[in-house]
Design a protein around this ligand. Sequence first.
Ligand SMILES: [Fe+2]
Length: 366
Amino acid sequence: MRGLDLNRRQLLRRLGLGGLALGGTWLGVGRSRASLSPLGQNQSQRQDPDPLPWPEPRRGDLRLVTISDLNGPYGSTTYRETVHRAIALLPRWRPDLVLCGGDCVAGQKLDLTRSQLDAMWAGFDRHIAAPLRAANLPLAVTMGNHDASGSLMPDGQFRFAADRAAAAAYWQQIQGSLGLDWIDRRDFPFYYSLRLRDPSGRLVYILVWDASTARIPAAIAERADRDLASPAAQGAALRLVLGHMPCYPVAPGRDTPGNYLEEGDRWVRLLHRHRVSAYLSGHHHAYFPARVGNLDLLHLGNLGDGARSLLGSDRPPVQTLTLLDLFLDRGAIERTTYDLVNWLPLDERQLPPQIRSAVRTLDRHP
Ligand SMILES: [Fe+2]
């Protein structure tokens, strides 16, 4: 935890100079500062033998940590330091669920052999899944294009069938230890649904679909339409959907067809129709919380290689992870995003108010 100690010292130094000014910005929008001590820790956190080096956000009825895009170069069986630090820190937030936006490994290269693919997933298990299991943190993942691309050949066969077979073998082997409350896992890990229950018994419904490529097949679209209309989904206090590709582009170099869902407007209408609160996606390696109507489009930042800036922004790219605190009475989701370089909360007001692309102009979440 050498890195954490350094950051704690950095933080204390900054606090000594600037009170609660964190990294040149003020701590997250809309968060209460009233209960914070000068060191940014409340009374209950002081009792913690291993306190967080930053003010912990107000805890919701349920808390999710969302991560995405962990992988390094093709064939990697190891992860960069930011990934290890993030995974080591996750238990401190005591999340009820870790949600991952995909690209856990670096496949999607046809000359990778099955033994290499298996070694990649073994590396993922050793460095990511096993520490989360040891901390009793439930984990749900959507398949990314580098995990198990659903790209089809002209004859309708999967182009990366070996990737999909290796991913299916790994995830099916560990599915019993993921700590998930399943609704439908017949096609796990490609398409599945689960529920989360808060201490008073209220439910959150989560649908994970195969958005590993830009095209959502008709059968998947119809199934998602049915599942989101089901009593299990509509009876829940909140509905979330997770897929690798976003509905619209937010990052340069990812604003070309194939890097975001075809028919994004159609999927947004589908999600609206079923009163989904948020669609969470990865792939773009750039954090941007957008809002379309009543729907949050949460573009998750990456943990691994290749952080990107946002379209039209000169803000330097940075890896991020995001806490989602769910307040079920009012159906609210509060976000706290940490920049993984300084491990400080990001002030979303510093993100561009809009992302313009050839597809759509996206408004930042107010
Ligand atoms: Fe991806």
